[in-house]
Every structure is written in C-alpha cells, then in structure tokens.
Design a protein around this ligand. Sequence first.
Ligand code: SAM
Length: 249
Amino acid sequence: MVLMLAFVLAQLTQLDFWQFPLIPALIQGIGAALIAYWQRAPRWWLPIHLGFAPLAVIVQGFDIAPGWFLAAFVLSLLIFWRTDRSRVPLYLSNRDTAIALAALLPATPVRFIDLGCGDGRLLRHLAKARPDCRFVGIEHAPLPWLLARWRTRGLANVAVRRGDFWQEPLGEYALVYAFLSPVPMPRLWRKASSEMAAGATLISNSFAVPEIVPDTEIELKDRRVTRLYLYHPAGQADLAGDSAAFPAI
Ligand SMILES: C[S@@+](CC[C@H](N)C(=O)[O-])C[C@H]1O[C@@H](n2cnc3c(N)ncnc32)[C@H](O)[C@@H]1O
C-alpha cells in the first residue's frame, strides 16, 4: 500500500520513478516504519521496515548474480531454520551462564536437557564439568545441530538430537534449561508443569514465564547482566490461568 502511495506521489510530482528508484523506496520505508510504529509493532521491526526497500534498491545497483542471494537464503535457513514459526532466534549462552548452571547442578548425578541447544557449547561445558551427569540437547536447525554434534563428540555423557523439543517428554529430567524468547514461554510453562517431575527445576535464561513468580532469580555479573529464572513447575499448570490465554504456537 505504501509502495502504491509512493508511486502515486511520484506520478503527481512527475518524478521519473525509474530514474530515481531510491526516492519511492525511501518513502515506502518511512511509511512502513510509521505504520509499524502506529500498530505498536516490536521496536526492532522499525529499522527493518525503514531499511528494507531502500537497501533492496541499493543492492540492485551492485549487479550481484542472483545465485548469491539464493546462497545467502539457504545459509540463513540452515542456521535459523523456521524462526518464523518458532519465534526463537539463535543466540548463545555465555561462559558465565555455563558456570552458573554448573553450580546449580545437584551433587548427585542428574539428567539435564537444553531445549534448543544451539551449537552445543553449553552442553560441552557442563558435560566436562560434571562427567557423572547426563546431558541432552535437542536442536532443529541443521547447521547448529551439526556444530553441536561436532563440539560434543567424544563426550559419552552428552546426546545431541535433531528434532523439535516440543515433542520431547520432560519427565525424566531434573533440570530443564531454556534460552528461547518471550513468545514460547507460556506454552513451555504448560508443557513443563504437566510433564516435569516433582522437585525438577525449569531454568529460563532471560525470559520469565508471564504471570508466574519464579521460585528463584539469579542475576549474573556478566556484561549483559543475564538473569536466570528458576521454577518448580510440576503440577502447577492451573496457576498459569486458562490455557486458552496461551495458544500453542
Ligand atoms: C536462543 S538459542 C539458545 C541456544 C542454546 N540453548 C544456548 O543457550 O546457547 C535457541 C535455540 O533453540 C532452537 N530452537 C527453537 N525452537 C526449537 C524447537 N522447537 N525445537 C528444537 N530447537 C529449537 C533454535 O534453533 C536455537 O538454536
């Protein structure tokens, strides 16, 4: 719609649309960003709306072979997979978080799962720190999954599987770790509270479960001031209110 408006504007001002394509592209970008702002879209969408059309016009001027765009698309698909559906991008737990998690493991051997294990660096750290515990990682994105397999090769107490963690039963894990995004947290809470065993701990890095008070909050002294939210979800599904308020994604 904004592009059409830009086109009409170009016609009215008798501007040669094809000679100066950056101008309608800029009008389109500004218009799209304003609409996104008006619609209260998350802030990070604004620069994307603003920059998309102008950048597309600029890149066209570089005369890049179409194969490169296809290659870039395939590469980002292999890294991020279906972020459009999962609403969980790839970012990795840092070393301070790995150290804090290792400290949270009880003295007795337990099973730990990383839901969406990324490139496996967290599992590698934990598995080396605690050879007596068993660590499982589930990852659906092909390239991070391959990297995780590679990073954890030779560690007998780690299993990295490619798949969808929503299909993984959580009943046998004493600790379930998630570093996801705000979007899946209500659904994760429902799953955790119906599947996790009594006393088992759900640890969420950075994203709290809405409307649920964590049992413990740990603030790390790293640069990004990581917050870990600890819950004991077993049997608490009702506390999250009507499940219809938390639709599956
Ligand atoms: C923010 S990253 C965290 C990576 C790792 N857990 C860490 O802390 O370093 C989230 C990861 O979850 C993966 N992911 C998202 N939804 C998933 C799903 N339904 N099944 C498996 N992996 C998923 C993403 O591909 C991404 O690698």
